[in-house]
Ligand binder design. Structure first.
Ligand SMILES: [Zn+2]
Length: 696
């Protein structure tokens, strides 16, 4: 008997009911969902509707073969699991299932406790990979109240045309249901000047004891050590160069913020005492007209203001994705006014708390969050007062304004004790400036790049030291984007895209990036400016850039595939690779396995990729009416060009000529194929499933 239900995005049709039951038994990490599915297949259907991300749990993804291989694949020294599993196989699954589940729970807790954030999503057994849902259904949809307050310049606001108009209640519900989002997007280059203005205008040349000694010679010094004084060496930064700005659009966080603001409004009768003098950021925003297109209109009666918060790039990205809980939990929380979130009206003050990543990817690059903060009724004090939080807890105040500017001529501190009083709207990436150099607009054609694509859920991690191996089942919006891309590259003949998974894999990514880096170094040492692009080799203007061009035309490029990380000069292209279901899995977990990827061998041994999807589909081994195609980033480098029908030693000749790939264009009519020799040249970013027959 076989289970026919769909389970976490994978069809386990070939799996025995028994194995499937085991999977289901191992998933109830989510305590909100109670189910019992080891009895029969009908109950199993409930599992398929489960939404694990609702409460942040993840599912370990089993191969039917994994239990057999597990003893050889205990990559984290998790031998006990291997023993338990071996026992399982011998003594039957139903009896022991609970034991394993329990053990896993403990193991998971241990991992969480021992390594904090880093290990929470680790794959802990064998070749298992974590599959997760990136689905609108799991996001909190925008409430009506929040929808009414949605900033007009948010990209998501475009989907909400009639907010200001009185809407019938049944439409409100559908409206809110439709609008659930959780996105990070780069702010357009033309707006960078506005953020630079805001940073400049809120700069104040005052060092304090919180500015760490950059030379590490001095400890905490009242008024700052000699190295951070204006004119010192290296001295107080003379300014900050804005490099890139990211906007955070998150319906859940925005709901909470607006709701909290509404509560403050009600409790304070809509009016709070205003600070004296006016807040610097508010002044700046009023002064520079360009800023009004990128900041929301705030409620001055509730002391709602934009304020700075200094951090690190990666922490900033994590806060942007999840909110400020991290900072609350960590040591970042200050103590001068109690355990709260500290903000500043001055970019210089916020910069004291920012950090870069010496000799890491973000060396020299720091981050400021520009947050909407609802101060409400603040408690004013000029002294240090760790007990100030009591006033908040007693309901006397909503926040604290610590006036150190008045007391010791430094800065005013703005402190809130509830993370819902903060919406981190922008993440500003910047560098400190020293000396005479003034800030200048960064080049438009060479934007600063994050280490990972912005739309990756793991964007805030460090792939070199924090392993992740996630497959994200992408949102319908992205699936349909991939479908449009598929249609365009198959002259509208391709089958429907059933679903797609995005492969976020730290090991594969690092391998790929290293290869790219080495190629760039090679080119430099040979004094080559760029590789010869495919269209110059075959004389066809569209070759090699079909997929890339298509995405560019339809998207800003940031929401599903960023072209930014792709280097045209290295012939880095988006290409398809047709495969089988088993190979698709293996490829995405282990990288390309060259043997599995040598189709036909018409052009010798290598990984075969194509820009025409029909070519890739022709290589697919269909399973259960589904064809698996990978959408890959591929660095082709210098290409050996051939127009022969069959050219088996092309790779050898290419290598002899110091080239990195073969571009085959049989008889000059194609379809063109790209043959790459090293698996590190390819990053399989999406596993796309095409349905070749109606399964209904
Ligand atoms: Zn010093």
């Amino acid at each position: 008997m076989y289970c026919t239900s769909l389970h976490e995005g994978t069809n386990y049709g070939e799996m025995s009911l028994r194995a499937c039951a085991r999977i289901c038994r191992e998933t109830p990490w989510c305590q909100h969902i109670q189910y019992d599915c080891h009895k029969d297949c009908i109950l199993l259907e409930d599992c398929s509707r489960m939404r694990p991300t609702v409460c942040g749990s993840s599912i370990y993804h089993y191969d039917t073969t994994a239990s057999i291989e597990v003893s050889t694949a205990s990559e984290e020294g998790n031998d006990f699991n291997g023993v338990v599993l071996a026992l399982l196989i011998i003594s039957g699954i139903v009896v022991m299932g609970g034991v394993v589940w329990k053990f896993q729970m403990c193991r998971r807790r241990q991992l969480k406790a021992s390594a904090g954030l880093m290990a929470a999503d680790r794959v802990i057994m064998g070749r298992l990979r974590t599959t997760r849902f990136d689905n609108e259904d799991d996001l909190q949809p925008l409430t009506y109240l929040a929808a009414q307050n949605l900033p007009a310049y948010w990209s998501t606001a475009a989907e909400l045309p009639e907010v200001s108009i009185e809407i019938a209640s049944e439409r409100r519900t559908s409206l809110a249901r439709n609008l659930a989002f959780d996105e990070l997007a780069y702010v357009k280059h033309e707006h960078l000047r506005s953020f630079q203005n805001l940073v400049n205008h809120t700069y104040q040349p005052i060092p304090t004891q919180d500015r760490l000694c950059p030379t590490e010679q001095h400890g905490k010094t009242r008024g700052g050590c000699p190295c951070v004084q204006p004119g010192g060496s290296p001295g107080l930064p003379t300014g900050f160069q804005v490099k890139r700005v990211i906007r955070v659009e998150d319906s859940d966080m925005f709901n909470r913020y607006i709701l909290r603001r509404e509560k403050i409004k009600t409790s304070r009768g809509g009016k709070c005492q205003a600070p004296e003098p006016a807040i610097l950021t508010r002044e700046a925003i009023q002064q520079f007209s360009g800023l009004q297109g990128v900041v929301a209109e705030l409620d001055p009666q509730l002391n709602e203001v934009y304020l700075w918060h200094g951090t690190q790039v990666r922490i900033g990205l994590q806060i942007a994705q999840e909110d400020f809980s991290l900072t609350f939990a960590g040591s970042g929380a200050g103590t001068m006014y109690g355990k709260g979130l500290y903000f500043s009206e001055s970019s210089t003050k916020a910069d004291e708390y920012s950090k870069d990543e010496p000799s890491g990817y973000y060396d020299g690059v720091r981050a400021l969050l520009l947050c909407r903060v609802c101060m409400g009724e603040f408690y004013y004090t000029a002294d240090r007062e760790p007990g100030a939080m009591e006033k908040f807890l007693q309901g006397i105040s909503d926040s604290t304004l610590g006036d150190r500017a008045k007391a010791v001529k430094t800065y005013r501190e703005f402190v809130v004790y509830d993370k819902d009083q903060v919406y981190p709207e922008y993440l500003v990436l910047y560098e400190r400036l020293h000396g005479e150099r003034p800030p200048e607009p960064p080049p438009k054609d060479m934007p600063f790049l994050l280490e990972l694509p912005l739309y990756w859920k793991n964007v805030g991690r460090n792939p070199k030291i924090q392993d992740f191996h996630d497959h994200w089942l992408v949102r319908p919006k992205i699936t349909s984007m991939i479908y449009r891309l598929a249609l365009h590259t198959s002259e509208n003949t391709c089958p429907k895209v059933q679903r797609a998974k995005r492969v976020e894999d730290s090991v594969l990514w690092c391998k790929y990036m290293n290869w790219k880096k080495q190629l760039a170094q090679q080119l430099r040492s040979r004094k080559m400016e760029r590789c010869t692009p495919p269209n110059e080799l075959d004389g066809n203007p569209s070759s090699g850039h079909v997929l890339t061009g298509e995405i560019l035309a339809e998207h800003d490029g940031d929401e599903a595939i960023s072209l930014e990380n792709m280097v045209a000069g290295l012939n880095e292209l988006l290409l398809w690779h047709g495969t089988s279901r088993e190979a698709a899995k293996a490829i995405a977990t282990d990288g390309f396995i060259l043997n599995a990827a040598t189709h036909g061998r018409r052009f010798g041994k290598g990984v075969y990729l194509a820009e025409d999807l029909r070519k890739s589909l022709s290589y697919c081994k269909e399973s259960d009416g589904v064809k698996y195609v990978l959408l890959c980033r591929a660095v082709c480098g210098e290409m050996y060009y051939t127009e022969k029908e069959v050219h088996r030693d092309a790779p050898e000749q290419a290598v002899q000529e110091g080239k990195q790939s073969v571009l085959a264009n049989p008889q000059q009519v194609g379809p063109r194929e790209y043959i790459l020799f090293d698996t590190a040249q390819v990053y399989p970013e999406y596993i796309v499933e095409f349905v070749t027959k109606d399964t209904e």
